[in-house]
Design a protein. Structure first.
Length: 234
C-alpha cells in the first residue's frame, strides 16, 4: 500500500491561513491534493490537520481526513516526521500498514504529478529509504558572504576565494515539495537529509519557497506565467 500524507495545520503565522488561502484560483492545499490524485501513485491521500475548515476543504478537494491531529502535534515545535509517524501509527490501529509513505507539503503548487511518480521510481530503483525533490543553488554557495556585527563583510569559505566557479561542486537544496519514504524509515526516525536518501533534481523555475507575502506574490506570478506558457504550447 502507498499512502500520501499532507500535513496542514491551521496556525500559520507569517501568511495567515496559508494552507487554504486562494492561490491562482484554488485553495493552496488543493493543488497538492490534485497532484497526488493525478499521479496515480497512491491508494489513499490523507490530510493531517488540526483545523476543521482545512479538513472540509481537503475533503471537497478529494482527500481523506480520517482524524484531526492532536494539539501537541500542531504547534511550532512539531516536526514533519512527528506528523507522518502519527498518521502511520493511527492507521496501524485500524490494521492498515502502508509500505511506502509520501509526505506532500500543502504549500507546493508547483508540484507535478509526474515528479511524484519519478520520485517513487527513484526510491525503488536506488534502494533508498527516502526520495525527495531538490534543486540547485543559483549562485555557488562556496562564495557566500555574511555581515559581521560591525557591518563588515567576510566570506563563509575564504579558502574558495580564488577557485573558479566552474571548478566548484554544484550543490542543492530541498525543494519543499514531497518526501517519499519507506514506512519503517519514517517510524524509526531516520534522517531524511542523509545518505539514506536520494534526490530528484528539479529545474529552479519549478521550485518556489512561499513563507512571506512577497514570496506568495512572486510564486503566483510565476505559476500563472508557466501555465500560460504550457497552454500556448499545447
Amino acid at each position: 500500500m502507498k499512502l500520501a500524507v499532507i500535513p496542514a495545520r491551521g496556525g500559520s503565522k507569517r501568511i495567515p491561513r496559508k494552507n487554504i488561502k486562494q492561490f491562482a484560483g484554488k485553495p493552496m492545499i488543493t493543488w497538492s491534493i490534485d497532484a497526488a490524485i493525478e499521479s496515480g501513485c497512491f491508494d489513499r491521500v490523507i490530510v493531517s490537520t488540526d483545523d476543521q475548515e482545512i479538513a472540509e476543504i481537503a475533503r471537497q478537494s478529494g482527500a481523506e481526513v480520517p482524524f484531526l491531529r492532536p494539539a501537541e502535534l500542531s504547534d511550532d515545535y512539531a516536526t514533519t516526521s512527528d506528523v507522518i509517524r502519527h498518521a502511520i501509527n493511527w492507521l496501524a490501529e485500524s490494521d492498515v500498514s502502508p509500505e511506502r509513505v509520501c509526505c506532500i507539503y500543502a504549500t507546493a503548487p508547483f508540484l507535478r504529478a509526474s515528479d511524484l511518480a519519478r520520485g517513487f521510481d527513484l526510491l525503488e530503483e536506488r534502494g533508498a529509504d527516502f526520495a525527495f525533490s531538490a534543486t540547485s543553488y543559483a549562485f555557488p554557495i562556496q562564495r557566500a558572504i555574511r555581515l559581521t556585527s560591525e557591518g563588515r563583510v567576510e566570506m563563509l569559505m575564504p579558502e574558495q576565494f580564488s577557485t573558479r566557479s566552474q571548478d566548484l561542486d554544484e550543490v542543492y537544496h530541498d525543494a519543499g515539495q514531497f518526501y517519499w519514504g519507506r514506512s519503517e524509515a519514517w517510524l524509526s526516525g531516520k534522517p531524511v537529509f542523509s545518505s539514506f536518501a536520494t534526490a530528484l533534481i528539479l529545474p529552479r523555475y519549478l521550485v518556489q519557497d512561499i513563507d512571506m507575502p512577497d514570496d506568495w506574490l512572486r510564486a503566483e506570478l510565476m505559476f500563472k506565467a508557466l501555465h500560460e506558457s504550457d497552454a500556448a504550447l499545447s
